[in-house]
Design a protein around this ligand. Structure first.
Ligand code: ZN
Length: 214
């Protein structure tokens, strides 16, 4: 199985994690499971890698300020100078995603649609899973108990009027009810992490999600 986005795509992503999400990723306070989805986005997004690098440097500076005894007199000048430096391209941090994709135990839930639970640390009530759907497939209408993160790994996803393509990151809160569908003529592969379970809003959805166990 090849994963062109993971090998480095040519189109820059158009949809990114929120500043708060990236900050919590850098601070290590991000919800377990969500870190994997953000890491998958960083694999393909130079812009967010730069932002993460900037936040890490900023965090280092703030920590150094906590102990004036060990802070060099010109630490602030040095830190500010570093913030201006061009950033080297970070090597992709796969966080085991390639392995996860290779080992995915596919559970077919409909013709052309499979899900696979992802074995990564997360809260028991949360869900972290891959979903691959054939062209034309639609998910059942649902809302969320909390935040839902999606990283599009292959293909494209249409949600309302927005098309999310490979490399794009989708961050939705509990107020969002939707039923995204596969866009275009290629299958779509996504990595999801949800806070709590998805909440189907009709009978079809309840059946579909029970079968998919998501
Ligand atoms: Zn990004």
């Amino acid at each position: 199985m090849t994963h062109p986005r993971l090998a480095g795509g040519t189109t820059a992503p158009a949809h990114h994690p929120s500043p708060d999400m990236l900050a919590s990723y850098v601070a290590g306070t991000i919800r377990a499971g969500f870190d994997l989805v953000v890491a998958a986005h960083l694999d393909t997004c130079a812009r967010c890698r730069r932002e993460v690098s900037r936040l890490e440097k900023l965090g280092g500076h703030l920590i150094s300020q906590l102990d004036p005894a060990v802070m060099a007199e010109d630490a602030l000048t040095q830190t500010l100078a570093r913030l201006e430096e061009p950033l080297p391209a970070m090597p992709p941090q796969r966080h085991g995603l390639d392995q996860i994709l290779a080992n995915a135990r596919q559970r077919w839930v409909a013709p052309g649609v499979w899900t696979a639970k992802v074995d990564t640390p997360h809260a028991q009530e949360d869900r972290v899973f891959l979903l691959r759907a054939a062209p034309g497939a639609k998910t059942a209408r649902h809302s969320h108990a909390g935040t839902e993160l999606t990283q599009v790994l292959e293909g494209a996803l249409k949600d309302g009027d927005i098309i999310y393509r490979a490399g794009d990151f989708v961050e939705l809160d509990a107020s969002h009810t939707h039923h995204p569908s596969v866009h275009g003529d290629r299958p779509c592969l996504c990595l999801f992490a949800t806070e709590g379970r998805l909440v189907p809003t009709d009978l079809v959805g309840r059946i579909a999600f029970a079968v998919a166990n998501v």
